[in-house]
Ligand binder design. Sequence first.
Ligand SMILES: NC(=O)c1ccc[n+]([C@@H]2O[C@H](COP(=O)([O-])OP(=O)(O)OC[C@H]3O[C@@H](n4cnc5c(N)ncnc54)[C@H](O)[C@@H]3O)[C@@H](O)[C@H]2O)c1
Length: 375
Amino acid sequence: MGAYKIAVIAGDGIGPEVLQEGIKVLDTIAELDDTLQFEYTHFPWGCEYYTQHGVMMDEDGIEKLKDFDAIFLGAVGFPGVPDHISLWDLLLKIRKSFDQYINIRPIKLIKGAPCPLKNVKREDVDMLFIRENSEGEYAGAGDWLFKGQENEVVLQTGVFSRKGTERVIRYAFETARKEGKSLTSISKGNALNYSMVFWDQVFEEVAKEYPDVKIASYLVDAAAMLMITDPKRFEVVVTSNLFGDILTDLGAALAGGIGLAAGANINPKKTYPSMFEPIHGSAPDIAGKGFANPLAAIWSASQLLDFLGYEKYGKLVLAAIEELLVEGNVATPDMEGTSNTSEVGDRVAKIIKNIQNIPLNNSGQLSEVGINIVL
Ligand SMILES: NC(=O)c1ccc[n+]([C@@H]2O[C@H](COP(=O)([O-])OP(=O)(O)OC[C@H]3O[C@@H](n4cnc5c(N)ncnc54)[C@H](O)[C@@H]3O)[C@@H](O)[C@H]2O)c1
């Protein structure tokens, strides 16, 4: 097996700072396995590139990226460049061009991670969000009429094609079946009388092909409440682009904070590269200080390993993050620590080297017997 070709788009603000630690962790994993190698190509795209060249990425950027095995992205967006430009001309352009129609966001409260909920067991916060990632409310369809006039009107059209809706719902059913978990659909059929009635209908249709998967369906407002009052209801979750975007930030707050939340943009057919990124933004308020939390980027490195077929190492990386949090000695200020970004990355790398031979249980946690390790 040759080296996996990884396109690195570090982006803006804390993007480069956290991504460096994600790469450190990938390299640590590669050191453990002679058959696994990564070859990185760095692309300088983002807001700084925009201020110099007037574009967020090269005109032929998509062409340049298309033969990579995966894309590892930091964050894009910075004051001075309108957010809709940085988002649409880089991040969404890649997601759409490469038909990365599945966005996977795990919301899992690992040991040692802070949770603002009272009386909730750690195991109760373990959801896998599968968000539609190519159309819906973020299709970019609409119009801006009579600009600046008294009768000004803007239209933002939600686009829900049968193909787009069915494929994400089917992917979610397959995932729930594979993991032996229930599947919850989140929509808003009472108010969105075209798009979400259609979504619910497709969900019911596809459900008939998966009688073995237990299902539930909630309106998005009720779901937001239930994620807080009764999170264990949610196992695998499928929802639209906008609802998924919002609810997974809520989920991030339940499961350790934004500094821990990762997301994978998947092209399931592998016709184009998939993209892995922390879900946080470029955090201009702390950029350049060296104290950004790299754990979300490291978690997305673990998703990248899963995607390439190295689930064993994906679990190892997660176990190392968990061990770091349980130790509680090395943490960035957002987690009430005093360590800097690279100290966290170094510690995760060291833990990986030390726990590589310790068996993990089925959920990728260190088994209780193995926890007594000398680091
Ligand atoms: N995927 C992406 O690239 C992405 C996602 C969201 C926002 N953005 C962009 O990022 C810019 C800033 O957006 P925002 O402020 O709304 O969201 P943000 O996620 O950048 O920051 C929100 C808050 O969380 C903190 N934070 C975020 N990540 C952190 C980390 N790893 N460690 C410690 N603290 C962290 C920040 O300091 C800030 O206080 C905007 O330009 C926005 O468009 C990009």
